[in-house]
Design a protein around this ligand. Structure first.
Ligand SMILES: NC(=O)c1ccc[n+]([C@@H]2O[C@H](COP(=O)([O-])OP(=O)(O)OC[C@H]3O[C@@H](n4cnc5c(N)ncnc54)[C@H](OP(=O)(O)O)[C@@H]3O)[C@@H](O)[C@H]2O)c1
Length: 243
């Protein structure tokens, strides 16, 4: 049966690849904020793969933006099977001794507040879904400390906690999980990582390579298809962090 899948931040990187992978036979709500051309291309790819694409713009760093996006989804469907809270970013690197209030607000709003708000607002739609699930995008930065990304790591760490709490509250109807990607080559790193940093991380990774967006998209598909997983944050990082 066709699934209704909302992916936030589906214009580039992990969200875009997940939209393409999940497209066949499904309704994909392709959300973007500023990358309109890229999002349009993702929608075309979804349709090419025999999915139905609904393109939706919203800035998820505001309450109004989250509400407007969910209202647009409400206008197209009376149920949601999957919410992938993927939109996010590091914004900029800063040492722990130079925290700045506006950066902390920006990072937590983009990553944490948007994830919690979107989950909350989508519950009425998810309750009408078929084996509905929420998947949040966390990070390796929550696992073993990430120098210069401590604010981002803290914001994503809150997502891990939220994932467990929401999984218990929303069970048994709605499953809630997260993925914690390691270093995945997407536009994310163009903005905040130097080639030297990438090289060092690759050297420290047991598999001696970085991940690709498809590695995360496949994990999202696995979580959707396995109806006995909830409250989990799944690590996908080439062995850079092991439990
Ligand atoms: N790549 C990695 O190594 C890595 C590792 C761990 C976790 N992650 C997480 O994975 C997620 C996706 O990142 P990515 O690697 O795919 O990076 P990306 O290509 O930069 O994608 C980020 C997405 O977030 C959206 N976004 C940014 N600001 C937004 C806002 N104010 N409102 C709504 N949407 C906004 C962007 O939309 P527009 O471009 O349309 O504005 C874009 O679609 C993020 O949560 C990131 O923290 C990535």
């Amino acid at each position: 049966m066709s699934k209704a899948i909302l992916i936030t931040g589906a214009s580039t990187g992990l969200g875009a690849e997940t939209a393409r992978l999940l497209a066949p036979g499904n309704d994909i709500y392709v959300h973007y904020n500023s990358s309109a051309d890229a999002a349009q291309q993702v929608s075309a790819d979804v349709e090419q793969a025999e999915g139905k694409a609904y393109l939706m713009q919203a800035d998820l760093t505001t309450d109004d933006g989250c509400r407007a996006l969910v209202q647009s989804v409400f206008e197209k469907t009376d149920k949601l099977d999957v919410l992938f809270n993927n939109a996010g970013g590091l914004i900029r690197r800063t040492p722990a001794n130079a925290c700045d209030w506006s950066l902390m607000q920006e990072v937590f709003t983009l990553n944490t507040f948007s994830t919690m708000m979107m989950t909350s607002l989508c519950i009425p739609l998810l309750e009408k879904g078929d084996d509905p699930c929420v998947i949040n995008n966390s990070s390796l930065a929550t696992r073993h400390g990430a120098p210069t990304a401590t604010i981002y790591g803290a914001a994503k760490g809150a997502i891990n906690s939220f994932t467990m709490g929401a999984a218990k509250e929303l069970a048994p109807k709605i499953r809630v999980n997260a993925v914690a990607p390691g270093v995945i080559l997407t536009p994310f790193h163009d903005k905040v990582t130097t080639p030297e940093q990438l090289e060092l991380w690759q050297e420290n990774t047991p598999l001696k390579r970085h991940g690709h967006a498809m590695n995360i998209a496949m994990a999202i598909k696995f979580i959707i298809e396995n109806d006995f997983i909830t409250g989990e944050t799944i690590d996908i990082n080439g062995g850079l962090f092991m439990r």
